[in-house]
Design a protein around this ligand. Sequence first.
Ligand code: AP5
Ligand code: MG
Ligand code: ZN
Length: 217
Amino acid sequence: MNLILLGPPGAGKGTQAQRLEQKHGLIQLSTGDMLRAAVAAGSEIGREAKAIMDRGELVSDAVVVSIISDRIGQDDARSGFILDGFPRTVAQAEALDHMLNERGLKLNAVIEMKVVDDILVERITGRYSCGKCGFGYHDRFLLPKVAGVCDKCGGTEFKRRADDKAETVSSRLAAYHAQTAPLLPYYQARGVLRAVDGMADIDEVSQQLEGILGQLA
Ligand code: AP5
Ligand code: MG
Ligand code: ZN
């Protein structure tokens, strides 16, 4: 099964993609994570992307399309994937259609995670993740079972994203509304658009997603 999770920054795309990956063996393909890995590695793409990401703007279509095209072609993606944070512009969606066609793959659903802007700032500024395995947490909404110790791997180092400051969140939201929201009618017209209530608590959102996967199977 091949899915897209579509929603504004902080909507819960990464949180739910990690859960779907664990439960269904679908591979999470997050362009944000891939770009952050490029930044950490100090590659040329990483150096260029860093300044753009720190401003809360979108990296060029050409860069992210080429990253995703390489990744989708790898063996582990053949059993199904969840796109998290891609596509983010109509040009990226068209490029995705093209690369899926070429490989004989299809999109089973595009799932919109609906959340109003007001609560996204709190979600984003409270977010942190395990430095060792990357598992995501939140200061208020999702704490490790034992304080300071990752539930998944026992790691004790945690990190926060450079673009998770309140000032940057408003540019990221503006980019979402201007450049990414037009994908909703794009996928609606193709009959693949579904939606979940991203304002519900984390487990409830997971249940809604499981319901959709059940209908698709
Ligand atoms: P990216 O990494 O994709 O960031 P984003 O889209 O801004 O989304 P986030 O990762 O912030 O949010 P999320 O929906 O994953 O939420 P999460 O599950 O963590 O992109 C970063 C940057 O890279 C972009 O700004 C751009 O510059 C560049 N980029 C990436 N892809 C690109 C592309 N395709 N084209 C161009 N540029 C690109 O949840 C947030 C927090 O809330 C967590 O702490 C979580 O625990 C908590 N939470 C989650 N769900 C709930 C819930 N239901 N209730 C309460 N709390 C919750
Ligand atoms: Mg994310
Ligand atoms: Zn961990």
